[in-house]
Design a protein around this ligand. Sequence first.
Ligand SMILES: Cc1ncc(C[n+]2csc(CCOP(=O)(O)OP(=O)(O)O)c2C)c(N)n1
Length: 701
Amino acid sequence: MTSNDRLTGTSEANAPAPGSDRDLTTARMADAIRVLAMDAVQQANSGHPGMPMGMAEIAVALWSRHLKHDPAEPRWADRDRFVLSNGHGSMLLYALLHLTGYDLSLQDLKSFRQLHSKTPGHPEVDVTPGVETTTGPLGQGLANAVGMALAERLLAAEFNREGLPIVDHRTWVFVGDGCLMEGISHEACSLAGTLRLSKLVVFYDDNGISIDGEVRNWFADDTVRRFQAYGWHVIADVDGHDVEALDRAAAMAADWAANGRDGRFAPTLIQCRTVIGKGSPNRAGTAKVHGEPLGADEIRATREAMRAADGMGEPWQIPDDVRQAWDARARGASARSAWNAMFDAYRAQHPGQAAEFERRMRGELPIDWDDIVDRMVDDVIARGETIATRKASQNALNHLGPALPELLGGSADLTGSNLTDFQGAGALRVSDAGLVAGRHVNYGVREFGMSAIMNGVALHGGFIPYGGTFLTFSDYARNALRMAALMKRRVVFVFTHDSIGLGEDGPTHQPVEHAASLRLIPQMDVWRPADPVESALAWAAAIERDDGPSSLLFTRQAVPFVTRSEGQVAAIRHGGYVLRDAEGAQAAIIATGSELGLALAARELLAQDGIEVRIVSMPSTTVFDRQDAAYKARVLPEGMPRIAVEAGVTDGWWKYRCDAVVGIDRFGESAPAAALFELFGLTPARLAETVRAVLERRPKH
Ligand SMILES: Cc1ncc(C[n+]2csc(CCOP(=O)(O)OP(=O)(O)O)c2C)c(N)n1
């Protein structure tokens, strides 16, 4: 038996006869998408008409017959999630949101791609109501969707009660050839298959065209068998312009999502054979229609050629019957009120759980959060341990994990190195019936996939995802980190083995430029804590931050515990603070992470020579940079020479107007850590020497 179904033609008994009212209505609905996409791209003089025109019937089938949503409440917790992974076709989504009744006017469509419009070039979450995630970098939307489907399953397992499935929705995705060519689609779909995320349904826009032309010259995979090999259900060879066939495929996928297929739960791929730019007499089926306006003549010819476009003859013209057919507000309102009634019953029977669900979906921290942090910090200080900061991170998680059920951890196959699991976390596992819930996800060796999946988990709501890998592999994940920052989502990226201090694994594994390069990403907070106290507070800051991601950089090697006053502990939250000072300090050493210990030792050496220095610990430059000018001037006073030290590239430190920066502007070497710190001059003696040299260079007052 082949495990894919073939659905072709409309010959089934319940399909409307060609030319029937229903057939005409669906054709007019699809043509409405086409004209809006053509007109908007033409007006903006940029954009991608081909995909919306080619996926119009798929959109009709899904959005008018299957998608559970309420245009009046785009944030309804139990809505189906819809992800346009091929985000260049943004006009498809904008047309759908406009036509189904979201707060997106025709005027908004006319402002497509203009400054501050609600219709930016690619879909952006929080800009347009109904857009679930920011897409455009191909493949990542699909990975986000895997995260959404994972979050749905886990929340359902945690909160649903007998007869009260308050979490029960599907995640629908549109992808094109580009998404499936991208490597991240392999990472994400392989994991989705393994985890049997049956409520994930992907429509593949199999049009054979990408920007360079016919994809058979560079993308000849057997996609159906590829997804079967991942363990997915596949519905192959669906005519992507036959709404009835698409409807049946979606219904089948929805049935399998709920009940499994022959008892087997798996995500579903629906392979839709389409023609890019369908409807355009001269451009359909060509790469030319992918990403440029059709032009006035071709638009006119397209309008004339459309069989069902009566009343759509002028730009932006959508007749009332088409608007009514698309309007999803009544259906949405009734679906949501049914859910509200269920939730009321849930609240009556499980008041604590209901409140907790609402808290989680709002992304609020528990009421006793401050106490949780205080207890954690008190414990860390009392222990006073000299340990690796990765271990300190795990100790923090042992406090935070049990107290915050929304924390969902994970690692890209480095759990024992990243120390991302906490006591009692429980590993997420699968059984024949689906997921066996746990609080730690083994993402496998899939750094990019993990990161984009975590973004999807955060976008879904109900969880604060975190996941670990080695810092040097942050590059693999980089665009997902950027997307988390762009989308301002609370995702915590744990990066251990943060310098040459990892030692023998050598330059392939020793990050040099990574801390500096993560700090370049706007809206990304980067922490490189120096000891268990700073590690705990870095975690607290990352969790409290609800408007962006954080990268937490931890050492492999042990670092000395640092004593602090209460005021200094509090000041860690400013990102940089004065840790040691002296009357008449002649210079400030700024240090992060494992180099703080070095700076403290250099200070001792200098003191023996009668040179007093101030030590500034700077666990987070990104947070420090946001402090007000007065605070920054107190920490780094004008006129006090500054010497920065970090086991990484020096570039980023010059912005603090340093007199010298001690760092590593080359790749590392394979050797024990101590030998490497020696080799690169990262020793107390060399640092003290640098300070002396700076002071000698400075004019004496
Ligand atoms: C990661 C990434 N690489 C490149 C691009 C630029 N790009 C946008 S669309 C596209 C081709 C996509 O082809 P396909 O998915 O088949 O879309 P269609 O031609 O069907 O619209 C490319 C290369 C991108 N958006 N993201």
